[in-house]
Design a protein around this ligand. Structure first.
Ligand code: HEM
Length: 129
């Protein structure tokens, strides 16, 4: 199956949510919520947001079965030294779920992504709160 076939295959969650443009809408809204959150904004003070958003779009698209490779850093490497607490992680997860829900992403897809978020938490959180 070619990448084009995969993109057109309506069975993938990526196709069901509306493809790359829908993922970009979700990611833009997600970081809008994150940056507007006073508990989270300081973490992102020195981040290169355009690159971060681009990598997040690729990662989520890939997780949804889209024909997209994730070329960013390993999650552990990207978050090392940021002292991310469990509480901050829970807030970020809440904003991502809110952005997905607002965009009309089906519940089963949100639940699957949620499972992935639980699985990667130990790679991202580096401080107990
Ligand atoms: C919920 C799960 C999370 C996922 C899937 C995720 C994913 C990512 C990705 C894909 C990148 C880009 C890596 C790169 O550009 O090479 C990134 C960077 C970053 N993340 Fe996360 N992240 C998560 C949670 C968090 C949390 C909870 C925080 C802080 C409260 C955070 C703060 C950051 C910052 C500040 C960067 C930029 C680091 C830099 O520019 O050096 N992330 N994240």
């Amino acid at each position: 199956m070619t990448d084009v076939d995969t993109a057109l295959n309506e069975e993938t969650p990526y196709a069901r949510v509306g493809g790359g443009s829908a993922v970009r809408v979700v990611v833009d809204r997600f970081y809008e919520l994150v940056i507007a959150d006073p508990q989270l904004a300081p973490y992102f003070a020195n981040a290169d947001l355009p690159t971060l958003k681009q990598h997040q779009v690729h990662l989520i698209s890939h997780l949804l079965g889209g024909p997209v490779e994730y070329t960013g850093r390993e999650l552990r490497d990207a978050h090392v030294g940021l002292n991310i607490t469990h509480e901050a992680y829970a807030l970020v997860t809440k904003h991502l779920v809110a952005a997905l829900t607002e965009a009309g992403v089906p519940d089963d897809i949100i639940a699957t992504l949620g499972g992935t978020l639980v699985a990667v938490e130990p790679d991202i959180v580096s401080q107990e709160s």
